[in-house]
Design a protein around this ligand. Structure first.
Ligand SMILES: NC(=O)c1ccc[n+]([C@@H]2O[C@H](COP(=O)([O-])OP(=O)(O)OC[C@H]3O[C@@H](n4cnc5c(N)ncnc54)[C@H](OP(=O)(O)O)[C@@H]3O)[C@@H](O)[C@H]2O)c1
Length: 354
């Protein structure tokens, strides 16, 4: 009887978790507890000066507004498009409403094209501009969030495309950081905090976005190496979100949204900020994804062989779908239908034209 009760209880927990979890359990329950007890999870951002790259849309734009709502004193917004950054700033100002006091809350715009590496001093110049915008207050934190996607088979991805994605997602944040560390180090008691927005794809091979996944894996590895070298004065947090409904996906024909597994930018931004503000030992790296994604990460970490087998199986279905229908299929029912068709010989084989 006791055994039956325990099994039923475990099943209920699993079903509830499957339907509701959108982050690793520690982060999800910590955030839920903080919300139930007054919504204090972002309080450590109060009075902070924070620089956010990729702030003109999606997760970055959401983090700008939420950081200000949490009481950040000054947020510096960067991306390529000044107009979009100004729009985000005015949207955040209206969201704050009567809580917005220009004398206590400041927003600065520092445009920056991460793909532009025409001069070797480019990043140092941007960091100089950010330093100037900070005035007498130190820069407490940078959130390296700017990024671009690549979604097609590796065989069809040109060198130019690979270089561009690698430059924006990996090389540029690393170069910016180098310039930033030099500035921080000039202080008597240096203190720096870097938040890196990587991806769950940094954790394992993922078909149809090889360069993107590789750029995020490189980013993650670089910053964890740096964190060990400079641990005396530098804090590094890593955020690994999964599919999020942002402009990121616009160029991609994807059934991802139909699958219902994607999260909103507001929710992802909220959980990233919770991770940054919460206990470091728990949240030095946060996994932000709905249920199949959490299992995916679990497989990648604890059973790499099974993970590889599973990713091969997924690619067996997703790659032909990409070639024939030009969509990045993530929707379970579509994957199942096509799998049956492939096995029955009713789906044409892939002919690669390079
Ligand atoms: N959406 C997802 O499913 C997902 C999943 C996992 C991780 N992520 C990561 O989350 C981060 C934010 O992405 P998002 O989903 O919020 O996408 P998004 O809405 O497209 O935002 C990307 C941001 O990066 C900026 N950016 C792009 N190219 C740039 C360049 N050359 N120089 C400077 N800034 C540039 C864009 O601004 P401008 O166009 O104004 O330059 C924009 O502000 C990215 O690092 C992405 O890899 C996203």
């Amino acid at each position: 009887m006791m055994m039956m009760f325990s099994i039923a209880w475990i099943l209920v927990v699993l079903v509830v978790a499957w339907n509701n979890l959108d982050a690793a359990p520690t982060l999800y329950f910590y955030d839920a507890a903080a919300t139930w007890t007054g919504g204090w999870q972002h309080s450590s951002l109060q009075n902070k000066t924070i620089w956010i790259t990729g702030a003109s849309s999606g997760i970055g734009a959401s983090m700008v507004c939420q950081a200000l709502q949490a009481g950040a004193a000054h947020v510096i917004l960067s991306s390529r498009k000044r107009d979009k950054l100004l729009n985000v700033a005015s949207k955040c100002q209206s969201l704050l409403g009567s809580k917005y006091h220009p004398e206590h809350t400041k927003m600065s715009i520092v445009p920056y094209d991460a793909a532009n590496n025409s001069t070797t001093t480019m990043e140092a110049t941007i960091v100089d501009r950010v330093w100037k915008a900070c005035g007498d207050d130190p820069l407490d934190m940078v959130i390296l969030n700017a990024g671009v996607y690549q979604n097609q088979p590796a065989m069809l991805t040109t060198k130019q495309e690979r270089d561009y994605v690698t430059r924006v997602n990996y090389q540029a944040p690393v170069d910016l950081t180098q310039a930033l560390l030099e500035k921080w180090k000039t202080h008597d008691n240096p203190k720096g905090h870097i938040v890196v927005v990587a991806s769950i794809m940094a954790h394992g091979p993922y078909g149809l976005s090889s360069t993107y996944a590789a750029s995020k894996a490189a980013l993650r590895t670089y910053f964890w190496s740096l964190a060990t070298e400079e641990s005396q004065w530098l804090t590094v947090n890593m955020a690994c979100p999964a599919a999020t409904l942002t402009g990121f996906w616009n160029p991609v024909a994807s059934t991802l949204h139909a699958g219902g597994s994607a999260m909103t930018a507001d929710r992802v931004a909220h959980l990233i900020l919770t991770g940054i503000s919460g206990p470091y030992m728990l949240f030095y790296e946060t996994w932000i994804t709905k249920m199949p994604g959490i299992l995916w990460l679990g497989l990648a970490h604890y059973t790499p062989g099974l993970f590889l087998a599973f990713s091969h199986f997924l690619a067996y279905i997703r790659v032909p779908i990409w070639y024939h229908e030009r969509i990045d299929a993530m929707d379970v029912s579509l994957l199942m239908t096509r799998f049956v068709q492939i096995v029955m010989g009713q789906y044409p084989p892939v002919v690669v034209e390079t």
